[in-house]
Design a protein around this ligand. Structure first.
Ligand code: AKG
Length: 268
């Protein structure tokens, strides 16, 4: 993580990293998402999706480029600095949102939250918990309506009030900002940041791709039902497999005293 990245992440609560995927990899990812996407009845906020939201799972089983992104060096070098030197992946998913879809209302924690929702700087180091990478598989300009956030809100003392999640978008003064991102880039953001997504404005749907990370000793989402299938593990390196280990830090068994040996996906 460079000093500039550290400055920008601390200032904004998010960071844009360019040139993570090639254009060919983006196109390949979209193709595989298209094969797997299924309509959602309701949006995550409970609105009728009316055909404007789809989701796709089992992406890691689909192989590349999804597998390589688990521990992409440009991203891991940031995550290791802001979360922990040993990382766990909470999950990978895609939301496909079409023109005119309902907003993804503002949500997120605040800096004084629990182990998953924390943000502080001690010495020269950033400490946060649950962190998301949003990959841009298409060019997204600031009129398109993709990822949106309130920059700097990760240092707020209060989380977004339930009644304000939608209203914040409409407040004057540019409180909520759409974050443009070129094809192949990735936005890393802490879940402490107030974030969501604006109404999608373009004819081509937005193929969102999201990876969530945590400290290897911490857990947010229920883990057992989110373990990748063996077909996904079969395509991973040992380092990538470790991202799916059970959450713990020390005093493991003799083969893995510090939770740095793969636990799942091993061949008999
Ligand atoms: O669509 C986006 O960019 C936001 C996604 C998001 O907030 C989430 O998946 O929790």
């Amino acid at each position: 993580m460079t000093d500039e990245q550290k400055y920008l992440f601390d200032l904004q609560g998010f960071l844009l990293v360019e040139d993570v995927l090639t254009h060919d990899e983006c196109d390949m990812a979209i193709e595989k998402i298209q094969e797997r996407m299924r309509p959602m009845e309701k949006t995550p906020d409970g609105y009728d999706a009316n055909g404007t939201w789809h989701s796709a799972g089992k992406l890691l089983e689909a192989g590349q480029p999804f597998i390589n992104l688990i521990d992409h060096p440009k991203l891991v070098s940031v995550l290791e600095n802001i979360i922990s030197p040993k990382l766990r992946m909470e999950g990978a998913y895609s939301f496909v949102r079409s023109k005119g879809c309902p907003q993804f209302e503002m949500h997120g924690g605040y800096r004084g939250g629990n182990v998953n929702f924390r943000y502080y700087v001690h010495g020269n180091n950033i400490h946060t918990g649950l962190t998301v990478i949003s990959f841009a598989l298409q060019d997204v300009d600031d009129e398109a309506g993709g990822f949106a956030c309130i920059p700097g809100s990760h240092k707020s003392n209060f989380s977004v009030p339930a009644d304000s999640r939608k209203r914040l978008f409409d407040m004057n003064g540019g409180l909520v900002r759409n974050i443009p991102s070129p094809k192949g880039s990735a936005v890393i953001f802490t879940e402490c940041l107030a974030h969501g997504a604006n109404v999608w404005q373009q004819d081509e749907p937005r193929y969102g791709l999201f990876y969530k990370y945590n400290d290897r000793s911490a857990i947010y989402h229920r883990q057992d039902i989110r373990l990748p299938a063996q077909a996904a593990f079969d395509q991973m390196t040992d380092n990538q497999k470790c991202f799916f280990n059970t959450a713990w830090e020390a005093f493991g068994n003799t083969e893995s005293g510090r939770n740095d040996v793969p636990e799942y996906g091993l061949k008999d």
